[in-house]
Design a binder for this molecule. Structure first.
Ligand code: PLP
Length: 482
């Protein structure tokens, strides 16, 4: 990678020009854009799913590729004039294949949810539609009668998925009732051990044997531990399931070779989905990696579940994936994991309770019930002190998914700014300062409320001052002066 500070300085004049032009058309947007940079620069961003993409990645999003329709795939488009989009998509897919060692990469999904929808339909097509068509001895879908279609629809509607439960750290799209995945499939979720809060592969295996899912999903949004994907594949094979791994959260750790061997999903899963904007540090978007067996069905993501690809975002994905193939990125990914360890140790040393007792990935889940707080109160009090986090359920959460009892913290964003283990230890200290000086307000019945709280006098100012010192020492986009 070239010197990022020099690149930022070069791009500064471009951004200044862009903002002054936008100002003439809609000043409120120029103002909000400047304000967003100021907010991001001045807060401790600990949201585990966020990051700071490089300026070359951000700049690549804002081009005329946004104006081009390109439904279809490389060399096979439903629109004319797609030769440059073909280049963009082919380069992004090539980087993705080579970075992750995947047989096939599909870079069109607009987001992580879209990537999972593509994966679901690809697996259904491969496992249900193709065998059904063979059974009906029809060569193409056009040969199907109305009765055949009815039978096929009924078969689609009877399929089963099994993923990690939301309160154990799974994602909405892994079969949650209020997501289409929980409505289009019969679903059963697996949780974590009540004592250790860790995945218990024997219990999971038993549950899979009993439920026999078509799709076994591994992956999480809030589980602070690594997963053994070789074991997950063994379980999938035993019950005849397709193994789908959603690595949206930890793709950067896979790309950066922190997760290797059994912890690398790509050699073990049939299909892997991801976002590109979390630990991978790219533009907002999604991606699907697959074995060549599933590739032809994944390739039909558009038009099956996607509209026209966002070519400008595919271009930015290509730039981000090129960045992720560098030695600097591997160093970054290792620092993300080391920093998470330092953050967890900082909490434990100060007496906080962490789900699973620690971390070995990029995130830490603090159980705030010991401070007498709900996750919602903790999240709000921290925000008052300039610390941006998000509340999250803990396993078997008595406060449910809205108020919750946890706060999820991740290291990818601040690591991109250059924060190291000592900084993260200090961050743990600041958070404990806020949590132990926040008091829940009492309801009319004398019970603690779930939403309101009072933050002790002077705490917010004290924490903001200490964070400002750290943030100043690790500037965001150094060289970018607007
Ligand atoms: N999958 C997982 C595991 C996630 O954590 C998320 C986002 O939080 C998604 C999918 C969805 O990603 P997006 O918000 O890009 O649709």
């Amino acid at each position: 990678m070239t010197n990022p500070e020099a690149t930022n300085a070069e791009l500064a004049s471009a951004y200044r020009t862009i903002l002054s032009v936008v100002e003439r058309t809609e000043p409120r947007i120029a103002e909000a854009t400047r304000a967003e940079l100021a907010d991001q620069r001045s807060s401790l961003k600990l949201i585990a799913s966020e990051n700071y993409a490089s300026l070359p990645v951000l700049a690549t999003m804002g081009t005329w590729f946004s104006d081009k329709y390109a439904e279809g795939t490389v060399g096979h488009r439903f629109y004319a004039g797609c030769q440059n989009v073909d280049t963009v998509e082919a380069v992004a897919a090539e980087h993705a294949r080579e970075l992750f060692g995947a047989e096939y990469a599909y870079v069109q999904p607009h987001s992580g949810i879209d990537a999972n929808l593509v994966a679901y339909w690809a697996i259904l097509a491969q496992r249900i539609e193709s065998p059904a068509l063979q059974q009906l001895q029809a060569k193409t879908v056009n040969d199907l009668t109305e009765d055949d279609w009815e039978q096929l629809r009924r078969t689609f509607g009877e399929q089963k998925v099994m993923g990690m439960s939301l309160d154990a750290g799974g994602h909405l799209t892994h079969g949650f009732r209020h997501n289409i995945s929980g409505k289009m499939f019969h679903q059963r979720s697996y949780g974590t051990d009540p004592e250790t809060q860790l995945l218990d592969y024997d219990v999971l295996r038993e549950a899979a044997r009993e439920f026999k899912p078509l799709i076994l999903i591994a992956g999480y949004s809030a589980y602070p531990r690594r997963i053994n994907f070789a074991t997950m594949r063994e379980i999938a094979d035993e019950v005849g399931a397709t193994l789908l791994v959603d690595m949206a959260h930890f793709a950067g750790l896979v790309a950066g070779k922190v997760f290797t061997g059994d912890e690398d999903p790509v050699p073990h899963a049939h299909v892997v989905t991801t976002t590109t904007h979390k630990s991978l540090r790219g533009p907002r978007g999604g991606m699907v990696l697959a074995t060549s067996q599933y590739a032809p069905s994944v390739d039909r993501g558009c038009p099956m579940v996607l509209g026209g690809p966002l070519s400008h975002m595919m271009a930015a994905k290509a730039v981000a994936l090129a960045e992720a193939r560098t030695a600097e990125f591997q160093d970054y990914a290792q620092r993300v994991a080391d920093n998470a360890k330092a953050l967890a140790e900082g909490f434990l040393r100060r007496g906080a309770t962490l789900v699973t007792g620690g971390t070995d990935n990029h995130l830490v889940l603090v159980d705030v019930s010991g401070y007498g707080l709900t996750g919602r109160q903790a999240e709000s009090a921290l925000l008052d002190a300039g610390v941006v986090t998000n509340r999250n359920s803990v396993p078997r959460d008595p406060n449910g998914a809205w108020y919750t009892s946890g706060v999820r913290l991740g290291t990818p964003a601040l690591t991109s700014r250059g924060f190291g283990p000592d900084d993260f230890d200090a961050v743990a200290g600041l958070i404990v300062d806020v949590l132990s000086n926040t008091t829940p307000t009492v309801t009319a019945t004398g019970a603690p409320g779930k939403a309101k709280y009072t933050l002790g006098d002077g705490v917010a100012d004290r924490v903001k001052a200490a964070s400002a010192e750290m943030l100043d020492a690790h500037p965001l986009y150094p060289g970018l002066e607007l």
